[in-house]
Design a protein around this ligand. Structure first.
Ligand SMILES: Nc1ncnc2c1ncn2[C@@H]1O[C@H](COP(=O)(O)OP(=O)(O)O)[C@@H](O)[C@H]1O
Ligand SMILES: O=C(O)C1=C[C@@H](OP(=O)(O)O)[C@@H](O)[C@H](O)C1
Ligand SMILES: [Mg+2]
Length: 263
């Protein structure tokens, strides 16, 4: 029993040392992000992160713990990115654009790169209604869906936690949403050609507005009707056709690094 007590005291002391060191490390991370911003350097640098993890593993002499230490180091790096993002972004990051432009896919990537919370508005509405979007449209009508969408956006904008938000393609149809997007976020507009949208969505039955009569011409017509609304709210636009998901997300993260906030 006495031996166990001694070991516990040792663990407690090590935990204290770790906490103090982590606090120091996070403070340095914050200095780094300020410096990166001043020097306009990329916020996200995966090669450097791999380098750090490999180097840290090379300090471990007992092979039995390499896997665990690697895992913890990964988490430390991710949490450092979280600390940096909290410092950097005092507004939400809204991803807007036509159906199939890649909002959901890219928002996940950007959130992962910045270690930020991600909100998928359509999924959140589906959860609230306990129904897929296509059923909500069919059974309760588009008007009901738009009310749900507006209520959710209002809630998101009131939240202290800043998120990467994947919106639905029709978010800009309500003027009150446009106002909220502009006021509370940095808005990224994803674009794609009607042909690419058609190819991306032709096997997807989850878009009620395109479900029955999907054609390149119909997509082009709807897109033309909406483009002005996307344009008026966007801080940055990016063409996604013929680009890889990772490259699109990196381009967005690079843009976000150049955004000036109040700090
Ligand atoms: N840049 C891209 N290149 C190729 N396919 C893409 C790209 N972006 C998204 N996709 C694909 O297109 C489909 C629709 O993407 P999604 O993220 O759901 O779009 P949105 O949320 O804007 O409707 C998905 O199957 C996704 O994998
Ligand atoms: O463009 C629209 O009006 C809509 C787009 C959908 O989201 P995605 O853009 O993710 O497909 C979804 O919100 C709903 O079907 C309405
Ligand atoms: Mg989506």
């Amino acid at each position: 029993m006495e031996k166990l007590e001694k070991l516990r005291i040792e663990i407690d002391k090590l935990d204290k040392d770790i906490a103090v060191l982590l606090e120091k490390r996070f403070k340095v991370s914050m200095h780094i992000i300020k410096q990166k911003k001043e020097e306009k350097l990329p916020l996200f640098h995966p090669e450097r992160e791999h380098e750090i993890i490999n180097r840290v593993c090379s300090y471990v002499s007992d092979e039995r713990f390499i896997e665990e230490i690697k895992c913890i180091q990964n988490l430390i790096i991710r949490m450092s990115r979280q600390v940096q993002s909290k410092y950097m972004f005092q507004k939400h990051i809204f991803i807007i654009g036509f159906m199939g432009s890649g909002k959901t896919t890219i928002a996940k990537k950007v959130a992962d790169m910045l270690a930020m919370n991600m909100i998928e508005m359509d999924s959140a509405i589906e959860q609230r209604c306990n129904q897929p979007i296509s059923d909500i449209f069919h059974m309760k009508g588009e008007g009901f869906f738009r009310e749900m969408e507006h209520a959710l956006l209002s809630e998101i904008t009131e939240s202290e936690v800043k998120s990467v938000v994947s919106t639905g393609g029709g978010i800009v149809l309500k003027e009150s949403n446009v106002h909220l997007l502009k006021k509370h976020g940095t808005v990224i507009w994803l674009k794609a050609t009607p042909k690419d949208i058609f190819l991306r969505l032709s096997k997807d039955a989850q878009r009620p507005l395109l479900k029955d009569n999907m054609s390149i011409e119909r997509i082009e017509k709807m897109m033309n009707e909406r483009d002005a609304a996307y344009r008026q709210v966007a801080d940055f636009s990016i063409q996604t056709s013929h680009k890889k998901i990772d490259d699109i997300a990196l381009e967005i993260v690079k843009f976000l690094g150049s955004v000036h906030d109040d700090k």
